[in-house]
Design a protein around this ligand. Structure first.
Ligand SMILES: [Zn+2]
Length: 239
């Protein structure tokens, strides 16, 4: 069965989300979400990725949930950038919906993010469980009927965080971590490697200083060499 993964880039259109340091949350999260989709589609099979928006467009919180519920998604990840005077990465789930599977998704996300955060000396602020039923930001994790997690990827209003958010390479690593975590949670299959087989390894043999033969099979080399050595030739083998 094809698993549906819904990625939810926060905000959009008239709602820019957090804005600071020349950055807009709505743009950053759309960028990250598209990278997560590409990563999932490039590396894994057996799933379908839906974005709740794939352009700069306003989508209500309820509409985002409806998209995921109607698609009978297996997994919902809402992607945000934080603001308000902190630094680092954190995520939210709600306790009532799918406590165990959402917890697993959240754990996998933090585990996949750990090396990225470490590399850039960014703080993991922790896996949070949002218990405030009225909290607006978690509406999407509460009203979706599948495991759901909301990630807050650094603080747009912190200088050090914003500097990283401006780096395309950093966004790519964040996206890859999200994709890895989703794939692990959903047990997605890695695509059969499409890269060509390593070039066939030829073994070249020269006899008395002249290249005589190139072999692919070890056994043929051995018998060839044995015969020449018996005949008193000088045999040289190169890879
Ligand atoms: Zn947000």
């Amino acid at each position: 069965m094809t698993k549906v993964i819904v990625l939810d880039p926060g905000h959009g259109g008239k709602d820019p989300g957090a804005v600071a340091n020349g950055l807009q949350e709505k743009k950053l999260v759309l960028d990250i979400a598209k990278r997560v989709r590409k990563e999932l589609n490039d590396q894994y099979s057996g799933h379908r990725v839906i974005l709740t928006r794939d352009r700069d467009q306003f989508v209500s919180l309820q509409k985002r949930c409806d998209i995921a519920n109607q698609a009978k998604a297996a997994c919902f990840v809402s992607i945000h950038v934080n603001a308000g005077g902190g630094t680092g990465f954190e995520s939210f789930v709600v306790p009532n919906a799918h406590p165990r599977s959402a917890g697993l998704l959240q754990r996998n996300i933090h585990q996949a993010m750990a090396p990225v955060l470490k590399k850039y000396s960014m703080r993991d602020r922790g896996r949070k469980v949002d218990t405030q039923a009225a909290s607006r930001r978690i509406h999407v994790v509460r009203a979706t009927r599948m495991k759901a997690c909301l990630t807050e990827n650094l603080f747009i209003d912190a200088k050090k965080d914003a500097a990283l958010l401006k780096k395309s390479s950093f966004l790519a690593e964040v996206a890859a971590a999200h994709a890895d975590a989703i794939a692990r949670t959903e047990g997605l299959k890695t695509k059969a490697k499409s890269d060509p087989k390593p070039a066939d390894e030829w073994i070249r043999v020269s006899v008395n200083g002249q290249q005589k033969h190139a072999f692919q099979k070890r056994e043929s080399v051995l018998s060839f060499v044995r015969d020449h050595v018996k005949a008193g030739d000088t045999v040289d083998i190169k890879r």
